[in-house]
Design a protein around this ligand. Structure first.
Ligand SMILES: Cc1cc2ncn([C@H]3O[C@H](COP(=O)(O)O)[C@@H](O)[C@H]3O)c2cc1C
Ligand SMILES: O=C(O)c1cccnc1
Length: 344
């Protein structure tokens, strides 16, 4: 399988030009805070000081996890397919926020343990009816993981716009994400696990023990894509593929919560330059997310106490991206508005 090549966005001359354009706007220097950094990043990604947000889309990848047999989620596995139905009917949180912000939404069956049949609005990329239980054996074969990555790349290759938000649905996937985080960063499992959909303290401890035992069992697995196949999910692997392809195409990647960030952790181990293309929508309340973001050197835009997933953070951050684009394109300069510049 060929992995997309991602080019770092570095361009000293353009960075200088963008900095000047931002500083010339009618505002005290630096006063638009993180929006200024966003504008600079978008300019470097788009190789222009004329920024655009074209046809923003969010892909919600759904998949099931064999590890739910260990009792690691507060909800039953059937919620995965039931929520996919909810997405298709337009009634989930992500539908509401995507609609609100004029963002296209595509739902992808990456590997849900349910037969939907041909359905309008559902993209069928099903690799299998859920992964295997990684407490006992690798979640996926290398071939299955490869198929998931390829599907993700193909999906991202077809998108018409220049911004792609990521979302996921999969009961048990905070366990897979925590295992990926532990294996890829070496952070103790106790600092990677959280309540997910709402586990009790006892439940979180059980989740920790399941991951610790599995990590010991698969101690020899260390290459990022092997770690992905052993502990990940089909929706996570498909996100990795889509992220790599979207960054190769110089799209802006909008990163949601704990699970989406775990996919990025894998992608960044494979192609570190992908981070240049990422906007981190928010810091989730899932307890490992902050440390995961720190590992990536990420500064998230929002701190709303979200712990939902589905791409809800991505959808909610989209207006901030639009604000960064709009201030660059529409704000007057000191010169054009004849406003006096700083005197000291
Ligand atoms: C009704 C419902 C809607 C959701 N939407 C996203 N998730 C979120 O919760 C799941 C991960 O948590 P855990 O690892 O604890 O199972 C994922 O599906 C995630 O997207 C939901 C969970 C539920 C119950
Ligand atoms: O941060 C997330 O994306 C998250 C947290 C808890 C449950 N589901 C998703």
């Amino acid at each position: 399988m060929s992995i997309p090549t991602i080019v770092p966005v570095q361009n000293a001359a353009l960075a200088l030009q963008l900095g000047k354009a931002i500083d010339n706007k009618t505002k005290p220097l630096g006063s638009l805070g993180m929006l200024e950094g966003l504008a600079r990043q978008l300019g470097l990604i788009q190789q222009s000081s004329r920024l655009t947000l074209d046809a923003p889309a969010i892909l919600v990848f759904a998949g099931d996890h064999g590890v739910v047999a260990e009792g690691v989620s507060a909800y039953p596995q059937d919620v995965t397919w039931q929520m996919v139905e909810n997405f298709l009917a337009g009634g989930a949180a992500i539908n509401v926020f995507a609609r609100q912000n004029g963002c296209a939404l595509q739902v992808v069956d990456a590997g849900v343990n349910h037969d939907f049949g041909p359905r309008a609005g559902l993209v069928d990329c099903k690799v299998a009816h859920g992964t295997r239980n990684f407490a006992q054996e690798a979640a996926m074969t290398a071939a299955e993981c490869d198929r998931a990555l390829q599907h993700g790349m193909a999906l991202a290759a077809e998108l018409p716009g220049n911004v792609l938000g990521f979302g996921e649905m999969g009961i048990g996937n905070t366990t897979a994400a925590a295992a990926l985080m532990h294996k890829l960063t070496g952070i103790p499992v106790s600092d990677c696990v959280g309540a997910g959909t709402g586990l009790s303290a006892e439940g979180i401890l059980r989740k920790q023990q399941v991951i610790e035992a599995a990590a010991a069992k698969h101690a020899d697995v260390s290459a990022p894509l092997d770690v992905l196949a052993t502990f990940g999910g089909f929706e996570i692997a498909m996100m990795v593929g889509a992220m790599l392809k979207a960054a190769e195409r110089r799209m802006v990647l909008l990163i949601d919560g704990f699970i989406v960030t775990s996919a990025l952790l894998v992608a960044a181990r494979v192609q570190p330059a992908i981070l240049d293309y990422c906007v981190f929508a928010h810091c989730s309340d899932e307890s490992g997310h902050q440390r995961m973001l720190e590992q990536l050197g990420a500064r998230p835009l929002l701190h709303l106490g979200l712990r939902l997933g589905e791409g809800t953070g991505s959808a909610l951050a989209l207006p901030l991206l639009q604000a960064a684009v709009n201030f660059m394109n529409e704000m007057a300069t000191f010169e054009s508005a004849q406003v006096s510049e700083k005197s000291e």
